[in-house]
Design a protein around this ligand. Structure first.
Ligand SMILES: [Zn+2]
Length: 384
């Protein structure tokens, strides 16, 4: 199957970039609904609707939710690309709808999506609330889980640009985890199903993004939703959409999430998860915090007459300004930073740092500066 072509044909063009809100997805949901497939299953803290969209008649039941963290919209984009496949009346669509019943919650945290925050409007991280169920959004997800009785859960997230694949210097463009269900991180039948599925997805994705797939840390935390559902005996897979070079809007990563979704259901429909692939799963390198957005090397800094050659790093903060996400670069670390990479790296070869302040880079200062009084860097990037 040509997954590139399938993506191009089904990409939901109306969803773009990092800021995905209820206003973006509501018209799409209303367009594709027929036969009561769309349902409001609850309200957020601020009273916004939480939608569920159900499609398919197959016996294997799949529950998928995205934007539990409001500022993580990449997988929502991929879900709508996938929904276009399911609603496309193709042979593939028929096959998938025959094998599966899909239950989508494409924006669990609409308030956080609007505010562009990880947390909900009460500033609670819903992915730490799966035992307390203190928030309306957590209750909605749990109630859907209990009534739908899924055979598999897909827990869809974005991860920050700081993650790389082990220490290879490659970004973790997509990461996966079969969450643990106990402290000992044992493998039982249901966790093994998630493990085998991830190993299968990894085989496919490696063809497109070799070396850019990571395995998330599997420390057990029952307050996390994936760990709870795994504990409750339902195989659960965590998807993390991450950084692809020069793709801060995550339009490229969106494609790989789409490919991972399609691959998942082909693998499951062919029942290709019965062979123990634990070793293959373990061979996916672990995620590692190893990247900054910007790394400037061999910069000369004049500290009160003492000149030092050192390195420093800057990182984008994603700031919501007038309904747009602005990527603003700030200095976040100064020093050797030997073990770190930059998505953007520049070797200044001893050029002197200066800025319009104290001529010394300071933490949390905007990455606006000069090198040798001639090269100008604005918001992290060279402009002259
Ligand atoms: Zn998340």
């Amino acid at each position: 199957m040509d997954l590139e072509q399938l993506f191009t044909q089904n990409k939901e063009q109306s969803l773009q970039g990092r800021y995905i809100t209820l206003e973006d997805i509501e018209p799409l949901l209303k367009k594709i609904t027929a036969n009561n497939q769309l349902e409001i299953i609850g309200k957020s803290v601020l009273g916004n609707p939480i939608y569920k969209y159900q499609i398919g008649t197959g016996k294997t039941k799949i529950l998928l939710w995205s934007q539990m963290h409001g500022n993580e919209g990449t997988t929502t984009k991929a879900l709508f690309d996938f929904l276009n496949v399911l609603n496309g009346h193709s042979e593939l669509a028929n096959k998938l709808l025959h094998s599966f019943t899909f239950c989508f919650i494409p924006m669990l945290n609409p308030d956080g999506a609007k505010l562009y925050t990880r947390e909900n409007a009460n500033k609670v991280d819903l992915n730490r609330d799966s035992q307390n169920l203190s928030q309306p959004e957590s209750k909605v997800l749990r109630a859907t889980f209990e009534s739908f009785k899924p055979d598999f859960c897909f827990n869809l997230h974005d991860q920050r640009t700081i993650f790389g694949v082990s220490n290879t210097g490659k970004p973790a463009t997509v990461s996966f985890l079969a969450p643990a269900y106990n402290d000992a991180r044992e493998i039982n039948e249901s966790r093994l199903k998630a493990i085998n599925l991830i190993a299968g997805i990894n085989d496919v994705l490696q063809q497109y993004i070799p070396g850019q797939i990571g395995r998330f840390d599997d420390s057990f935390n029952i307050n996390c939703i994936g760990d709870t559902f795994q504990f409750m005996g339902v195989p659960t897979v965590l998807f993390e959409a991450g950084h692809f070079p020069n793709d801060y809007l995550r339009e490229e990563t969106r494609k790989y999430i789409f490919m991972a979704l399609i691959s998942s259901f082909l693998i499951l429909s062919e029942n290709d998860i019965v062979i123990n692939k634990f070793d293959k799963y373990l061979s996916i390198p672990q995620n590692n915090v190893i990247f900054y957005d910007f790394m400037y090397k061999n910069i000369k800094i004049n500290y009160d007459g003492i000149e030092i050659i050192t390195n420093f790093a800057a990182q984008y903060k994603e700031e919501l300004v007038e309904n747009q996400i602005c990527f603003n670069a700030y200095v976040v670390n100064i020093g050797e930073l030997d073990d770190y990479f930059g998505h953007f790296e520049y070797n200044a070869e001893g050029a002197l740092y200066s800025d319009n302040k104290n001529n010394i880079p300071k933490l949390n200062q905007k990455a606006d500066f000069y090198l040798n009084n001639s090269l100008k860097i604005v918001n992290g990037l060279m402009i002259s």
